[in-house]
Design a protein around this ligand. Structure first.
Ligand code: 13P
Length: 251
């Protein structure tokens, strides 16, 4: 049985004051014990969030890490070992905003994924197609290739201590959500692709859906057999809404 996970990607949002308020609100939420919960604040806010959530069963992750695990001369970057030292447990790798806006390709993402694991962090590998790719009927090809690049470079066992998030780019921040069936179809294809390499790994890995998830659509999405939770953007900035999404995963 896979344990559901709900993760909140705060993206480039928050001030010290608003982050303090958000974690206070999260601490007040009644959370089901059967769901893993994580939040991904900006790197600047990782330490106060780790400190503020101490004693709560909410993990903290980073939204990005350097492609090198150790410390070194790499101005402006934060290494996975520094994130681990700060109390992070997870890190997002390959979010579409980094692929598209920051120009990160598979080669650098593979190195970030490996660096994360080398530091004991769980990478959350984000994959997903653009609207253009979906309309051209290329969804499974694109998602399959994004996943395959990691499998080819690092081996199927690299997915054992990892989470995969399917986030269709056209559903991110747009209010358009993939229908539960559309999401399930892609998740099933991802699991089948993993199963071709190793059935046990495929059955164990958690596949999260991301893209305009709200409390109102979470139950239906999380009810699909291959959807093991969600990666939540905008709705995770509201503690009550995020709490309701987490509870939906506990049903
Ligand atoms: P939204 O939930 O705001 O659509 O964002 C999804 C996302 O990108 C999470 O990583």
């Amino acid at each position: 049985m896979r344990r559901p996970m709900v993760a909140g990607n705060w993206k480039m949002h928050g001030t010290r004051a608003s982050v303090a308020e958000l974690i206070e609100g999260l601490a007040e939420q009644v959370l089901p014990s059967g769901v893993d919960v994580a939040v991904f604040p900006s790197s600047l806010h990782v330490i106060p969030v780790v400190e503020g959530l101490q004693g709560k069963s909410i993990s903290v992750g980073a939204q990005n890490c350097a492609h090198e695990a150790g410390q070194g001369a790499l101005t402006g970057e934060i290494s996975s070992s520094q994130l681990a030292d700060a109390g992070c447990k997870l890190v997002l790798v390959g979010h579409s905003e980094r692929r598209q806006i920051m120009g990160e390709g598979d080669d650098v993402l593979i190195r970030k994924f490996a660096a994360a694991q080398a530091s004991g962090l769980t990478p959350v590998l984000c994959i997903g197609e653009t609207l253009e790719e979906r309309e051209a009927g290329k969804t499974l090809e694109v998602v399959g290739q994004q996943l395959d690049s990691v499998i080819v470079a690092l081996g199927i066992n690299a997915l054992v201590n990892a989470v995969i998030a399917y986030e269709p780019v056209w559903a991110i921040g747009t209010g358009l959500t993939a229908s539960p069936q559309q999401a399930q179809d892609v998740h099933a294809a991802i699991r089948a692709q993993l199963a071709k390499e190793n059935a046990e790994v495929a059955q164990g890995v958690r596949l999260l859906y991301g893209g305009s998830v709200k409390a109102a659509n979470a139950v239906e999405l999380f009810g699909m057999p291959d959807i093991d939770g969600g990666l939540i953007g905008g709705a995770s900035l509201n503690a009550a809404e995020f709490g309701a999404i987490i509870r939906a995963a506990g049903n």
